[in-house]
Design a protein around this ligand. Structure first.
Ligand SMILES: [Zn+2]
Length: 309
């Protein structure tokens, strides 16, 4: 099955080079504040799309169980080292355009710094909508093309693309910035209602980050975040959206039931190729009884990217 190209972080030291040693403490702390403001206080099952090395995962502590999904297996291995292997965390290597989950499964989903790499953003957002239950909460972060720096550069003639037009801009291969209006249109078209918008990283300027203590920048950003309700001119935007449509196939007793250790993860899955469920559990893989494809399970990571040979 062909899907849009995927930005693969396999083998990347992204966590260390970008976050741990890359001077991103300010961005990381402002994200923590936004998540605290937007996340439901508690919940049953959360899907973290593009979980990477699990940087944000501990911030979802109100949820009984968290499914970490990433296209890169090595990123998930780093997340496993950070969070450990337990009933609470499920690790899944999969393509966001072909999610291996039953419709309506999750109470909540997050996608942070991930849409940035989506060549077909509406398709990815549609997949998220499918796996959320009705009234499910979706927290989305996107990179905003309509940011002050881009606007100034455009007027100074130092940037060719216009920040004002609705189409995404691919400024580096598989790196996209989006117009807030385009995001709103896609989300509403899919049946999401946007409940809250926060703008982040207002002070993502090298000079400011060098001369002003991080704590002060974080505090100022935390105040400015609320202006996202009126305008969005910062490089990063968070929205909390709610899926309004009713589940096409509600599963009896799904919502509000606390998780137990014996809740089997197997019941979450469908075959990402043919959509069949349930899959059959074998020693080191899951098997689809409809199309015969086999999906590897190795060292606590379910791999739905390509079927086993
Ligand atoms: Zn199948």
């Amino acid at each position: 099955m062909t899907t849009p190209p995927v930005c693969d972080y396999e083998g990347s030291d992204y966590q260390a080079s970008f976050w741990d040693k890359g001077g991103r403490e300010y961005e990381d702390r402002t994200e923590a504040i936004a998540l605290q403001r937007l996340l439901p206080k508690s919940g049953r099952l959360l899907l973290e799309l593009g979980a990477g090395a699990g940087r944000n995962t501990p911030r979802y502590r109100g949820f009984d169980r968290i499914v970490l999904l990433d296209y890169s297996r090595t990123q998930l291995e780093q997340a496993q080292q950070r969070l450990g292997r337990s009933e609470k965390y499920i690790y899944i290597a999969a393509d966001v355009y072909r999610l291996p989950f039953l419709a309506g499964l999750f109470d909540a989903a997050t996608m942070i710094r991930v849409l940035h790499h989506m060549a077909d953003a509406p398709k990815a957002l549609g997949q998220v909508k499918d796996v959320l239950g009705s009234n499910g909460v979706f927290i989305l972060e996107y990179a905003n093309k309509l940011n002050l720096k881009a606007i100034v550069r455009y007027f100074l003639g130092r940037q060719k693309w216009s920040p004002f037009t609705p189409e995404p801009v691919e400024f580096v291969k598989l790196n996209f910035d989006f117009h807030p209006k385009a995001i709103r249109n896609w989300m509403e078209g899919l049946g999401f209602r946007i409940e809250q918008t926060l703008t982040l990283s207002h002070f993502r300027v090298g000079l400011l980050k060098r001369i002003i203590p991080t704590g002060i920048l974080v505090f100022l950003d935390s105040l400015f975040q609320w202006t996202g309700a009126w305008w969005q001119l910062s490089p990063s935007v968070f929205v909390r959206a709610r899926k309004m449509e009713r589940d096409p196939r509600p599963e009896p007793g799904r919502r509000g039931v606390p998780l137990h250790g014996q809740d089997t993860v197997l019941t979450y899955f469908k075959c990402p190729d043919c959509g069949h469920s349930p899959l059959i559990e074998k020693t080191a893989h899951l098997e689809c009884s409809s199309c015969g494809k086999m999906w590897a399970v190795r060292d606590g990571i379910y791999d739905f990217r390509e079927p086993m040979k």
